[in-house]
Ligand binder design. Structure first.
Ligand code: GLA
Length: 364
């Protein structure tokens, strides 16, 4: 009897030792925690989606891991409003319905952008450029119709996307919106969006925000909007970064600087390319290899870990983090900036399995 008791208690001690050491450093990673659970006391963790992601294993992954979705393309001006009197709601509706059924938040993207804008927006029936009045009227109608349709279902909108150029001394990008309407188009877009849904959280969204010159311009632009009492609530740092940039200090400074304007900060399009970051499309060169080495795996894990440490540190200022695409199976970076160069920028691999970087993000 004594021997049995001793054996049982020895086994129990061994078990708890194994459990304790497993808690310190899991040998075989468990499937939990998920991103949404790990960050439930911080911010929603979102993902950019297309209708094709809403069935099968990708849908399962989205529902299990994330708490928010952003339509990758479906709400952009061209796809949703292809002709002056014709909206194409089907894809955006499908994403909003999917979110509603599965208890996910929706970030709307994007109401005014110089890219993927339909040609009809700027031209009249004879093909000439429209007047200021006509363009403002079209912008107002577009924003009002889209925001009203999803009122109460889309909690936040990227109202103006990428209005600031990467290089040169101009503050404003030389887009058609700017050349026809001047800088006022930005505040008008925010006013129209706010009027259509006064409860929606409204963002200015841009990339390359850690570049000092560009950051300065964005900061000045936002400061002016705040001083003019334009209804803007937040700034979206897209977060198209890489395993080599930005540094912790750069991210820390960005968040503090933008938050000092009384704006919330969201990381809206997060992905970490395994190649040095380039923001301009170019031809493929012989030296461009598609690879994901062990060293890249480690660097990516360290970079993601550092970034989420920063986001957690700024709890309250950072109110959302959204990944740009679901898994490495298919990402826009497979074709940008270099056509046909496979990239591996996300937390899930090509078979939807968590990568090393995933564990550093959820186990903290
Ligand atoms: C920008 C836009 C996004 C998307 C990406 C590429 O960051 O804001 O909507 O087009 O480029 O996918």
């Amino acid at each position: 009897m004594k021997t049995v008791k001793r054996t049982v208690s020895l086994a129990a001690t061994l078990c708890s030792l194994i459990l304790i050491s497993a808690q310190i450093k899991p040998v075989v990673p468990a499937a939990d925690p998920t991103l949404r659970d790990a960050y439930k006391n911080y911010f929603p963790v979102g993902v950019a989606v297309a209708p094709r992601n809403l069935t099968g294993p990708e849908a399962e992954l989205i529902i299990r891991q994330f708490s928010s979705v952003t339509p990758e393309n479906a709400m952009k001006m061209g796809p949703i409003h292809p002709q002056e009197n014709k909206y194409f709601w089907q894809d955006a509706d499908a994403i909003v319905d999917f979110a509603g059924k599965n208890g996910l938040k929706v970030r709307g993207h994007t109401l005014c952008w110089h890219n993927q804008t339909p040609g009809w927006f700027f031209t009249d029936s004879l093909g000439s450029q429209v007047s200021r009045e006509v363009l403002l009227g079209r912008l107002k109608r577009h924003i009002t119709d889209v925001v009203s349709r999803y009122k109460g279902k889309v909690y936040a909108w990227d109202v103006v996307n990428e209005a600031v150029p990467d290089t040169g001394t101009d503050t404003y990008r030389q887009s058609k919106f700017y050349s026809i309407l001047g800088e006022e188009y930005i505040e008008k877009a925010f006013e129209y969006a706010h009027a259509a849904d006064p409860n929606a959280v409204l963002f200015y969204n841009d990339y390359n925000t850690e570049n000092p010159a560009k950051q300065d311009k964005i900061y000045q632009l936002l400061k002016k909007l705040k001083e003019k009492k334009v209804p803007i609530n937040g700034v979206g740092l897209q977060g198209h970064w890489s395993i080599y940039e930005p540094t912790a200090k750069e991210v820390d400074n960005s968040i503090n600087r933008f938050a000092s304007l009384g704006l919330v900060v969201q990381i809206t399009e997060l992905d970490l390319s395994v190649y040095p970051k380039e923001h301009v499309r170019r031809q493929r060169r012989d030296t461009d290899k598609s690879e994901f080495t062990l060293d890249m795996t480690d660097k990516q894990a360290a970079q993601y870990k550092m970034l989420f440490e920063q986001f957690r540190k700024h709890k309250g200022k950072v109110t959302g983090v959204t990944f740009w695409n679901v898994s490495d199976k298919s990402t826009w970076l497979d074709n940008f900036p270099v056509p046909g160069r496979k990239d591996h920028p996300l937390l899930f691999d090509q078979n939807y399995q968590p990568k090393k970087a995933f564990w550093g993000v959820v186990n903290y």
